[in-house]
Ligand binder design. Structure first.
Ligand code: PEP
Ligand code: MN
Length: 639
């Protein structure tokens, strides 16, 4: 049952409620949500819920209708984010786990680990105990395999996961791994589930070969009832009458499971299909279906693999797949998870406050109100818990970073429909201490947002940023033509304004997050005229802090600004240098120079080249340009 606590409940009352439940044989779990705090009570005992409802501090008691309780969305509404080593799974992330079916030798796992890590995998897999259909097939290297797996994980900075097949191995395995995997054949091995759950370590729970979704969630319940709340579900194909593929990938299970449970769900396209060529298309469909990630088999020599060679990707195929996934991520509002050094930095610095120059916490500045698209970009670059600093103007955000009130700033630089956001470029040019260290692109999904209970036909005025209005022209001149469109400072600010007005005939155009933050209702979603609406953001910081962020990912982009001498061919000369040194230009923009009428600064983004060649190219550019500055180097988010 779920016990919803009154907001004013004091600690003594809360303890009394918990003690009462425990005395009746229930296990009690406290879940602190954004809106309310609840206690989940599970157990085999029966109780008249009115006995609980009358206790001091209890607002309401609701029985959980599903047979699984702790795993149920009824108990916990927010998505669970599971932590595996320093990688998080759940929320807005796409996490890719990769590696061979089985650890075959030290060299083999080392080589594959290096390759999958380079392509962007963040967790390493590899079986040491292989539950094979035939007793004569390779059974795995056992503890020796675990040692190699750990060594490879440490060498390439990846947490590791492997399958556990016997309760007697559980404690030994704790010395080597970051996450247990329960294989499809063991999904209902309840003694194993209890033993693994007891450790509290994260568990990747594969769906059984012929298990219903409810049976699968009951297996998760076993793990949770035994002591872990770190469970990830993995769809890996089920038995059907179809013979063309090894199993049948149950794609629809992904949204179904997400509705029923708060636990993250991923999928395994390798075991689902059994065929290498099917892995990439199925991986993309898994991401499109809303899963939190994938577990994929990759082998450096699949023809010689001890197990599952035909379904293992070649490293080059995996690399291509990672690029495709990265391109798909913003479409589904997700971000490909990287080994998160930027996040580790947040944690380290908040622990060691003295290291921060003038701020007491490591804040991240953005322009707009809470719920702004920029804030969503921040959540993807850093973490949902990132400490954000809303600023009224772009200039305020730059100033906050310059002064050290914020460590980073996240500012929009370009939109696929609206083009360059000039103000960001101009400000970058006028803050020589600040540098670009990162890039993030997000998909912009606009919503018509009004007061709860309002309706589209009642709307007479609609507020948003001019770009927001422009991007919804079809809707505004079509279904909403009876309303007047009014420009506002920013999108999320427009929602806050309408909320404050309290007038059901007013609405705003902004993100779904902004609607939630301000307690408003989405009257219509997806109202943007063109669905290929993406904005990319720059992450900026002071030059002296740049190395930390930059070291998190390989730098492959450079942004520069320059002006040229007033003579024929001067711009051509600059472009020639770029060409000579192999700097592949990605963007060129010109902006008027303040205080110098009819003179222009040129902004260039280019692919990055090797450090030494780049140093030479820079030298040539400095000699040729009237002025030249590197605005920053970063890991590009566009592929
Ligand atoms: C595996 O991941 O190697 C494996 C054996 O998977 P499953 O349990 O899904 O068959
Ligand atoms: Mn396998």
């Amino acid at each position: 049952m779920i016990i919803i606590l009154k907001q004013q409940i004091n600690d003594a009352q809360k303890s009394a409620v918990k003690d009462f439940l425990k005395s009746r044989g229930f296990k009690v779990k406290e879940i602190v949500g954004q809106e309310e705090t609840v206690l989940g009570a599970v157990g085999t005992n029966r109780i008249d819920i009115r006995e609980v409802a009358v206790l001091d501090g209890v607002a309401n008691v609701i029985p959980i209708s599903k047979p699984y309780k702790l795993a149920s969305r009824e108990l916990k509404k927010a998505d669970t984010v599971v932590q595996v080593g320093k990688v998080k799974i759940g929320g807005q992330r796409i996490v890719v786990i990769a590696g061979p079916c089985a650890v075959e030798s030290r060299d083999q796992i080392m080589e594959i680990a290096r390759q999958v890590r380079e392509s962007g995998a963040v967790i390493l897999r590899g079986g040491a105990f292989k539950p094979r259909t035939s007793p004569y097939a390779f059974q795995g290297l056992g503890e020796e395999g675990l040692r190699y797996l750990r060594e490879a994980g440490d060498a390439f900075d990846m947490p590791v996961t492997t399958e556990v097949v016997s309760p007697r191995d559980v404690d030994m395995m704790l010395n080597y791994i970051d996450m247990f995997q329960i294989g499809a054949r063991n999904m209902q091995n309840f003694e194993l589930l209890k033993e693994v759950g007891r450790t509290g370590l994260p568990v990747l729970l594969k769906r059984g070969l012929a298990a219903t979704i409810e049976e699968w969630l009951m297996a998760a319940e076993y793990l949770m009832a035994s002591g872990t709340d770190q469970v990830i579900l993995c769809e890996r194909g089920i038995r059907t009458y179809e013979q063309a593929t090894r199993n049948t990938l149950d794609i629809s299970a992904i949204p179904v499971v997400q509705k029923l449970t708060h636990l993250p769900v991923i999928a395994d396209p390798s075991h689902a299909t059994g065929l290498r060529d099917m892995v990439a298309p199925m991986s993309l469909s898994i991401v499109a279906a809303g899963a939190s990630g994938l577990i994929v088999e990759v082998h450096n020599n699949p023809e010689k693999a001890f197990s599952d060679g035909p379904q293992s990707l070649y490293p080059q195929q995996f690399d291509k797949l990672m690029r495709d996934i990265q391109a798909l991520c913003p479409v589904v509002g997700k971000s490909l998870e990287r080994i998160p050094r930027a996040r580790a930095e947040v944690e380290i610095w908040t622990d060691q406050k003295s290291l921060i120059p003038s701020a007491t916490t490591l804040k991240i500045a953005f322009q707009g109100e809470r719920g702004a698209y920029s804030e969503q970009a921040i959540a993807m670059v850093f973490d949902e818990q990132a400490d954000t600093l809303p600023c009224r103007t772009f200039a305020d955000a730059f100033e906050a970073v310059q002064k050290g009130d914020a460590r980073y700033g996240v500012l929009p630089v370009e939109n696929t429909l609206g083009g360059t956001i000039n103000e960001t470029l101009d400000l970058l040019n006028s803050y020589p201490d600040l540098t670009v260290v990162g890039e993030k692109q997000i998909r912009i999904l606009h919503n018509l947002i009004g007061l709860p209970g309002s309706s589209i036909s009642a709307i007479k005025k609609v507020y948003s940023h001019p770009q927001g209005l422009a991007q919804c022209t079809d809707f505004l001149t079509g279904e909403l033509r009876h309303a007047e469109a009014l420009p506002f400072f920013d999108t999320a600010g427009a929602v806050a304004y309408v909320a404050k007005l309290g007038d059901p005939s007013c609405a705003a155009i902004a993100s779904a997050v902004a609607a939630k933050v301000h307690g408003m209702e989405i009257l219509r979603d997806g109202i943007e005229t063109d669905s290929s609406n993406f904005t990319r953001f720059y992450v900026i910081c002071r030059e002296e802090h740049a190395h930390v962020f930059r070291s998190a990912m390989p730098v492959d982009r450079v942004a520069m600004v320059f002006s040229v001498k007033d003579r024929p061919g001067s711009l051509f000369e600059v472009l020639q240098i770029l060409s000579e040194y192999g700097l592949n230009m990605k963007k060129l923009e010109s902006r008027p120079i303040p205080g110098k009428p009819w003179e222009y600064a040129f902004f260039i983004e280019s692919e990055m080249i090797g450090e030494e060649t780049f140093a030479k190219a820079t030298e040539a550019l400095v000699a040729t340009c009237a002025s030249f500055r590197i605005l920053g180097t970063f890991h590009g988010d566009r592929r």
